[in-house]
Design a protein around this ligand. Structure first.
Ligand code: SF4
Ligand code: SF4
Length: 375
């Protein structure tokens, strides 16, 4: 299994969940821009792409086909996709969904394939409906090269799954320096469980949905003192990549600027120095004093909302007010995010969103705060 780590030419993966879009519509992926970003990424020797069934309202996989699969030879890149286990109602659904994914991506096989967003409940369902057996069968049939799962639950649940399923070759975890000791996300504890079972880790959300790319006040000062030129995101990505059992860090890159930044320090990756680690420790201390909402913008909560509230977007607007005070910029952003969607005060408190949230955020209560802020 250690071989998986050696297989990766570089430790930065291209996450295809926040691709550039046209007209502000998540379904309308800007192919021209995505193609250019892929070319820049590939030219520098990177090779890993991570998509999933629900990304971009089910349009990410097709964009990957158009912009990557139809433009490069299959052996030039690694493609990862994920089984949307929450859509599986009976065993036969696994094959149907999987075949749809192969067709959408235009490939004969996936290099890496994950049971998506596993937690205790979903692992039990996958167990009952044959999900673990299914991915293993696809591997035997040559449709999958490596099997694993992405994970959002406690370290204890992770240990249960890895104990029962030694066939799992890797695990995808939320790891970032802010959540390393968090009791909600349990980055450190989960990482240590994976290490104990000898299962390499792919890191998702290293920049905490972009949160750690935008510093202000004391945290900004601390990092700028280290290097005035380095981006804030660079420390977050290098932090995750510096962990020895991490085989790859995914970054959901949305524009050429982010790609340029990420690839610049991941092309010839240098682990964090002791001085950099100490500075990050201080940043965490400062950040923890700021009461922002810890939303990672995964958007799992959005689809089922009867009021069509763009929950992660209005949370981000709120967080900007916490960090920078209320100003025209974040007011305008809130108006934009609620123009064709519900406002925070439209929430009817049905609670559907909270069941979907991997961060276990009390979304209903938080929306009251958002509504008050932008009243
Ligand atoms: S509780 Fe509010 S935000 Fe959540 S799904 Fe219901 S209406 Fe939407
Ligand atoms: S509120 Fe929770 S489910 Fe919704 S986008 Fe944020 S982290 Fe994801």
């Amino acid at each position: 299994m250690g071989d998986l780590k050696k297989m990766m030419p570089k430790k930065l993966g291209f996450g295809c969940m926040r691709l550039p879009v046209l007209n502000g519509r998540t379904e309308e992926i800007d192919d021209a821009s995505f193609c250019k970003m892929i070319d820049t990424y590939m030219k520098q020797g990177f090779a890993y792409f991570d998509t999933a069934y629900p990304y971009h309202n089910q349009k990410s996989e097709e964009a990957v086909r158009r912009c990557l699969v139809e433009r490069y030879r299959r052996e030039q890149f690694f493609l990862a996709d994920k089984m949307p286990v929450w859509l599986v109602k009976e065993p036969a659904d696994y094959q149907k969904l999987f075949d749809t994914q192969l067709a959408r991506c235009g490939v004969e096989y996936f290099d890496f394939y994950l049971l998506h967003a596993m937690n205790a409940e979903r692992a039990a369902e996958a167990e009952e409906l044959g999900g673990f057996d299914f991915v293993q069968r696809m591997k035997t049939e040559g449709r999958i090269r490596h099997i694993g799962f992405s994970f959002h639950d406690s370290a204890e649940v992770l240990e249960d799954i890895l104990k029962k399923h030694p066939e799992m070759e890797f695990v995808q975890l939320q790891i970032n320096y802010y959540d390393w000791e968090s009791e909600n996300v349990q980055s450190r504890k989960c990482y240590e469980v994976a290490e104990k079972y000898g299962v390499p880790v792919i890191v998702m959300e290293p920049v905490k949905g972009g949160t750690l790319a935008n510093m202000t006040g004391e945290p900004a000062r601390i990092l700028k003192e280290l290097d005035a030129e380095a981006s804030y995101a660079s420390y977050a990505i290098r932090y995750a990549a510096s962990l020895p059992n991490v085989m790859l860090v995914l970054s959901g890159m949305s524009n050429p600027g982010q790609l340029q930044d990420n690839t610049s320090y991941m092309k010839e990756f240098v682990p964090l120095s002791d001085g950099e680690k100490a500075a990050i420790g201080k940043v965490v201390e400062e950040l923890s004093k700021m009461p922002t909402i810890a939303c990672t913008k995964c958007r799992y909560c959005v689809e089922g909302c009867p009021k069509k509230i763009a929950i992660p977007d209005v949370f981000e607007d709120y967080n900007m007010t916490v960090q920078f005070g209320i100003n025209d910029m974040n007011r305008e952003s809130y108006v934009r995010h609620t123009a064709e969607a519900g406002r925070a005060d439209d929430c009817i408190r049905c609670g559907k969103c909270e069941g979907q949230c991997p961060q276990h955020l009390p979304i209903r209560e938080l929306l009251v705060k958002v509504a008050e802020t932008f009243a």
